[in-house]
Design a protein around this ligand. Structure first.
Ligand SMILES: Nc1ncnc2c1ncn2[C@@H]1O[C@H](COP(=O)(O)OP(=O)(O)OP(=O)(O)O)[C@@H](O)[C@H]1O
Length: 223
């Protein structure tokens, strides 16, 4: 279980997150929605351990982020909003490079399969010649190399075509349900959020998203 208790984050004197608490269990796919600047990326950055905790507690299976930060980091896969891949390298070289840096070990065949699971077939092509959507697929594949138990995705499918988006969504959903991963997903695409997520959290206090999703019969929890 991932337990978040009363976390708060300020940038200067401005509170971006105020007293946020929620719990997620193995197999949960959670959607995080809110307007631009609501604090979605800030929350994911904290959950990824990249941004230190200012106040409050986060624990995974009872182990606190405070004292187990490096150990827990190995259980986390993070797809940041900005694409972070080597443009000069091919898809294959990127996958091999990140596999060497990662904690999990995968054969080239498994790495290639991971790309195919993301519907990225251009194994030998240089990243600089790929489209934006293809780079995003590579970004997602890289985040999954070490078989993380918690997968955090910050608007991962921007620019990805609808068919691939649906298939990647279905793949992530299967990962959660069959392997007990915890997935937290941000998107401005409410159809994607509704079809992929079991539970939806609205952040930032603006009632727009909550109302919109509740009108579609979804339950939305406010953070
Ligand atoms: N490093 C930083 N220094 C100062 N302010 C920051 C920093 N990072 C984010 N902020 C501010 O914190 C607030 C929340 O930003 P964040 O990126 O978490 O929002 P978001 O919900 O992910 O937005 P978007 O939907 O546009 O991606 C914004 O007002 C932003 O300007």
């Amino acid at each position: 279980m991932l337990k978040v208790e009363s976390i708060t984050k300020h940038y200067g004197s401005k509170a971006v997150l105020s007293d946020i608490s929620f719990e997620l269990h193995q197999g949960d796919v959670a959607g995080l929605v809110g307007e631009n600047g609501a604090g979605k990326s800030t929350l994911l950055n904290i959950l990824s351990t990249l941004t230190p905790l200012e106040k409050g507690q986060i624990s995974y299976h009872g182990q606190s982020y405070g004292s187990n930060r490096l150990k827990l980091r190995k259980q986390i896969g993070f797809v940041p909003q900005d694409i972070a891949v080597w443009e000069e390298f091919s898809v294959e070289e990127n996958m091999v490079f990140f596999e060497r840096l990662s904690w999990g070990k995968k054969s080239k065949k498994e790495l290639k399969q991971l790309c195919l699971d993301m519907h990225l077939e251009k194994w030998k092509e240089k990243v600089q010649s790929l489209s934006g959507g293809m780079k995003r697929k590579l970004n997602i594949a890289i985040s999954l190399i070490h078989d993380p138990e918690i997968i955090l995705l910050d608007e991962p499918t921007v620019g990805i075509d609808l068919k691939s988006r649906k298939e990647i969504g279905a793949y992530l959903h299967r990962l959660a349900k069959k392997q007990g991963k915890i997935i937290i997903y941000t998107s401005h695409d409410m159809e994607e959020i509704m079809s992929l997520c079991d539970c939806i959290y609205s952040i930032g206090g603006d009632p727009f998203y909550k109302q919109l999703l509740e009108d579609q019969g979804k339950t939305v929890y406010e953070l």
